[in-house]
Design a protein around this ligand. Structure first.
Ligand SMILES: [Zn+2]
Length: 72
């Protein structure tokens, strides 16, 4: 069952846009071949600028979770 391995691929990550899309945050066009921040879970895309902010937020949340589980 190969699909079972794909569980962890729901983490948001930086991608190169494969086609023009629209940033969820500022509604600017994310042009093809430009960096974009992608949330597979919600199929949300952010431009490079908004993506940097989202990424920092995500890292901060993940970091908190790590801290909590370490203290248990
Ligand atoms: Zn944006």
């Amino acid at each position: 069952m190969p699909f079972m391995r794909r569980k962890k691929n729901l983490d948001p990550r930086w991608i190169t846009a494969k086609f023009n899309s629209q940033c969820k945050e500022c509604r600017q066009t994310v042009q093809k071949n430009f960096p974009a921040f992608w949330y597979p879970l919600t199929k949300t895309i952010f431009c490079e600028q908004c993506g940097s902010r989202e990424y920092k937020t995500y890292v901060a949340i993940t970091h908190d979770e790590t801290m909590v589980s370490n203290s248990l």
